[in-house]
Design a protein around this ligand. Structure first.
Ligand code: ACO
Length: 156
């Protein structure tokens, strides 16, 4: 298994993984925008045949000035193909992206949204990576499910 920075030629594989793993899907230009704008933050896991089996897609944002203007990373999407799960791939993808948020952009924290019912992802974020639930956004998802806003501070 090879884990490396995502490149433009990986986008179709990342999008294909997203389509089978998650109901939140995006146009190709959305994926491209992230890779071009924050080329250090998105990573892929590829198997021995070069198939993309996992990805993390991330960006950097700045809070509004009136809220302090804090720079922070945000994970838009992460997924791993079913037959490659519980091998530690998502953990490795997240840590690589978090490290780059901090070292390249001086981000103060990493944020993400996750469905309230997504037990596997919440366990990954909270128990393995140390994220905390910062907020509950009622009916955040298109089907009406609540979303947790989770955050990992880089200060500690
Ligand atoms: N049940 C409970 N805990 C889990 C599970 C699970 N099914 N999967 C992972 N974890 C937790 C465990 O603590 C695990 O450590 P352990 O294996 O030592 O017990 C830890 O997370 C690390 O697991 P990884 O092997 O790194 O995770 P994996 O590569 O399997 O990927 C992921 C986890 C991304 C959530 C995967 O299940 C997946 O692709 N799910 C569908 C897509 C999805 O839900 N993505 C997240 C949406 S939110 C967002 O994108 C911001």
């Amino acid at each position: 298994m090879n884990i490396r920075l995502a490149r433009a030629e990986d986008l179709a594989g990342m999008q294909a993984g997203n389509l089978v793993n998650l109901p939140e899907n995006y146009l190709l230009k959305f994926w491209m925008y992230h890779i071009v704008s924050w080329p250090q933050l998105s990573f892929v896991a590829e198997n021995d045949k070069g198939l993309i089996v996992g990805y993390v897609l991330a960006k950097v944002e700045q809070e509004p000035e009136e809220k302090g203007g804090v720079i922070h990373g945000h994970v838009n999407s992460i997924s791993v193909l079913r037959s490659y799960r519980r091998l530690g791939l998502a953990k490795r993808l997240m840590i690589l992206s978090q490290d780059a948020m901090y070292s390249v952009y001086k981000a103060e924290y990493c944020s993400l949204h996750v469905r309230k019912s997504n037990i596997a992802a919440i366990a990954l974020y909270r128990d393995t990576l140390g994220f905390e639930i910062a907020e509950v956004e009622k009916k955040y998802y298109a089907d009406g499910e609540d979303g947790f806003v989770m955050r990992l501070s880089f200060k500690t």
